[in-house]
Design a protein around this ligand. Structure first.
Ligand code: HEC
Length: 107
């Protein structure tokens, strides 16, 4: 009886650990700096034409209020001076999310 209980306990622990490593894997969607430098960075690094600057949390705050999905949609269809896709032909939605998170986070 005692061994059966500890075995189940161990199993539950293993499942919990597996779930934890799975979820951290999702959170750690790394920003691709090559994509940043070749596209978004060209405008967002210096704030060209009113682009919210990378690392300027205050400039990004009102944008972030729209929600990440709306921001990804803005980039994909373009917004005023920003061309559709933000000059990144190979970016996935996940890339855009990671890039926006990177740019809106104080460096
Ligand atoms: C040619 C310059 C340029 C490039 C390249 C560019 N942006 Fe922008 N971006 C802008 C400008 C200018 C604005 C401000 C637009 C406005 O509000 O009129 C902007 C705004 C944004 C916004 C806010 C959108 C909103 O709805 O408020 C996001 C998010 C964004 N850019 C992400 C990106 C990402 C991600 C990339 C790279 C894949 C990128 N941008 C590349 C110029 C650029």
């Amino acid at each position: 009886m005692k061994t059966r209980f500890s075995l189940r306990h161990l199993l539950a622990l293993a499942v919990a650990t597996a779930m934890l490593s799975l979820s951290t894997g999702v959170v750690a969607a790394e920003v691709d700096m090559n994509k940043y430098n070749a596209s978004c960075g060209a405008c967002h690094m210096a704030g060209v034409a009113g682009a919210p600057k990378t690392g300027d949390a205050a400039a990004w705050a009102p944008r972030l209020e729209k929600g990440i999905d709306a921001l990804v949609a803005s980039v994909k269809k373009g917004l005023n001076v920003m061309p559709a896709g933000g000059l990144c032909a190979t970016c996935s939605d996940e890339d855009y999310e990671a890039l926006i998170t990177y740019m809106s986070t104080p460096q």
